[in-house]
Design a protein around this ligand. Structure first.
Ligand SMILES: Cc1cc2nc3c(=O)[nH]c(=O)nc-3n(C[C@H](O)[C@H](O)[C@H](O)COP(=O)(O)OP(=O)(O)OC[C@H]3O[C@@H](n4cnc5c(N)ncnc54)[C@H](O)[C@@H]3O)c2cc1C
Ligand code: SF4
Length: 537
């Protein structure tokens, strides 16, 4: 079992508040001054905090969620979802068209993610270059940053003995059909396949941000504070102020004495609050142009649950070790779908199976024999979608629209996935269409062209996401994006956005490696301008 880095003892959790209140003589508000405040501790924020601190910046990182050690990763689904995920794992769009999974703890979504480690193909980064001025983001040009990220978080190919039956459905079925299933890379040191990534790795094998970049930041002098939610950013010329408030853990009684409010004055503010909360924070602070919150991308995802005779136990083993990318680039448009599996636990499975009452109960009895195959779509084939984040009337609202071509790609992916599942030996499939009231028996003669005719209207197909991104997109002009190519907010000097919000199009791969690499590059470029930015040139 990997140890907990000693530096993490310095994370300021609610248990340390009484001591700080006494030491600092805090009345009701803790006032601090620093050079950079980072808001959010996920794939983006943790990397940025570590990079700036190592370059000698005075950094404070605040995180709304709690700090957990493996002793708290109990595997209890209800408890863990409430504590480790935003909105307890169900960020629901206003039209109820989409349900989004996103992490909320020190480490952000990396604490609960499934370890898949990929970088987008060149046709995606070329599109970023041509349309939005993203220069030199191709895989080769980014190699130094991607390799550094790989090295820090232990990225390597999943060994054959850890490819579980769930992922094997893709390997077996894909090969039988002449597709090209690939073994994935994961980020861990010493994974033994307990399959608990989504509820927090209990043996510290998965190299989440709270085991890597966060202790790096602390060792380099950064102050990391959990349970503090940035409510507003205020700008008064060169001075920025972040006002943050205490957020209690969903299941832990807060100590009697807590710091209720913080006011942090800083020269630089970096918003790394993820693609849902980041735009909401900027909007309620009155910052940024009208691209803030627009063009949210999510990688719309649907599930075919295939039922096998043999046991699959999809909760067991590393969650994702295989991928099929044959559908990635439909008609050379750069847009399309890819196939993976997900480690759906019983609660998530029961919420995704589109049946009710006795039928749902009967299907759930087959849970040990079910494989959760997923289709993920690179959204944006039809241009900007009507998908966005809006702060209005004191509430964050998320909107999502599945556009015609993205929807078509999703249906094509579901057809291909069904074929793969049948080729792997599936005996029945639960499709994500609520008008189908029972699993469909399947065999080698089954045909799935009918899937292409299904409706993608809201409510006619169950769609989810674990990849919100791109809602504060970067571009080389304010007509095309909210932040410039240094990821600085247009019109607001020294307020930056560095997380998965900055992508100008759907990413086309699971986002953690890209998010770390792209923001490592941005943070290093900012760090190199320290004297100029902090005004002591
Ligand atoms: C279940 C699941 C599985 C996934 N599997 C994979 C995978 O296998 N491979 C992969 O590449 N990607 C995966 N992802 C996605 C990947 O982890 C995310 O895309 C990535 O972590 C996004 O980085 P980020 O910094 O933008 O946001 P996050 O990592 O989500 O971090 C944002 C942080 O900011 C905090 N925050 C928000 N608002 C505030 C505020 N106002 N004040 C203070 N703090 C705030 C949040 O609480 C959160 O901790 C998965 C995600 C989930 C949820
Ligand atoms: S599969 Fe289990 S041991 Fe491996 S990283 Fe995930 S939670 Fe940890």
């Amino acid at each position: 079992m990997g140890g907990i880095p000693a530096a993490n003892d310095q994370i300021i959790t609610p248990n340390k508040h009484a001591e700080i209140i006494k030491k600092e003589g805090i009345k009701d508000t803790w006032k601090l001054k620093t050079e950079a405040v980072v808001i959010g501790s996920g794939a983006g924020g943790a990397v940025v905090a570590a990079t700036l601190a190592k370059a000698g910046w005075k950094v404070i990182l605040i995180e709304e969620g709690s700090y957990f050690t493996p002793a708290k990763f109990t595997g209890d689904e209800f408890l863990s979802q409430a504590r480790l995920y935003r909105d307890a794992g169900f960020i629901i769009t206003e039209e109820q068209t989409l349900s989004i999974l996103q992490g909320r703890s020190v480490g952000g979504s990396t604490t609960v993610n499934w370890q898949t480690s990929l970088y987008p193909p060149d046709y995606v980064t070329n599109e970023w270059d041509k349309r939005f001025g993203w220069k030199n983001y191709g895989r080769q040009e980014m190699d130094a940053f991607v390799s550094e990220v790989h090295e820090r978080i232990g990225v390597h190919e999943v060994p054959p003995n850890l490819i579980n039956p769930n992922n094997n459905t893709l390997m077996k079925g894909g090969k039988a059909l002449g597709l090209h299933p690939e073994v994935l890379k994961n980020n861990n040191r010493g994974c033994i396949g307990l399959g608990r990534c989504g509820l927090g790795c209990p043996i510290n094998a998965k190299q989440s941000a709270f085991l890597t970049w966060i202790p790096d930041a602390i060792e380099a002098g950064a102050t990391v504070i959990s349970n503090m939610r940035a409510q507003y950013i205020k700008e008064d010329g060169k001075v920025k102020t972040v006002i943050a408030e205490f957020t209690p853990d969903a299941y832990e009684k807060a100590p009697n004495q807590i710091i209720e409010k913080m006011v942090i004055e800083a020269s630089v503010v970096i918003v790394s609050a993820g693609a849902i909360e980041g735009p909401a924070l900027l909007q309620r602070s009155g910052l940024g142009n009208d691209w803030v919150g627009r063009n949210l991308k999510v990688h719309p995802t649907s599930v075919n649950f295939a039922i096998f005779d043999e046991k699959i136990n999809m909760f067991s083993g590393p969650p994702q070790s295989a991928v099929i990318k044959d559908g990635h680039n439909q008609d050379n448009t750069g847009y399309g779908y890819w196939l993976e599996v997900a480690p759906f636990r019983p609660t998530l499975t029961s919420s995704l199976v589109p049946y009710y009452g006795q039928q749902q109960f009967d299907v759930m009895k087959k849970y040990p024999n079910m494989s959760g195959g997923i289709v993920l779509v690179r959204d944006g084939a039809d241009g900007e979608a009507n998908a966005s984040v809006k702060w209005s009337l004191g509430r964050r609202k998320v909107y999502f629209e599945l556009t015609p071509t993205d929807g078509k790609n999703l249906l094509k992916g579901l057809k291909s996935l069904a074929e793969v599942q049948v080729a792997a030996g599936a005996k029945a499939i639960v499709f994500p269409f609520p008008d189908m009231t029972e699993p469909m028996p399947v065999d080698k003669n089954s045909k799935f062209d009918w899937i292409l005719e299904k409706s993608i209207e809201p409510g006619r197909i169950a769609v989810g996401s674990a990849h919100p991104h791109g809602s504060i997109q970067a571009a080389d002009s304010p007509e095309k994006g909210a932040v410039d190519m240094d990821f600085q907010l247009y019109g607001h000097q020294n307020i930056f956005v560095m997380d998965a919000s900055v992508y100008p199009t759907g990413l086309s791969v699971n986002p953690q490696i890209t998010t770390m690499s792209v923001n490592l590059r941005a943070a290093r470029a900012l760090a190199a301008r320290k004297a100029e930015v902090l005004g002591n040139k």
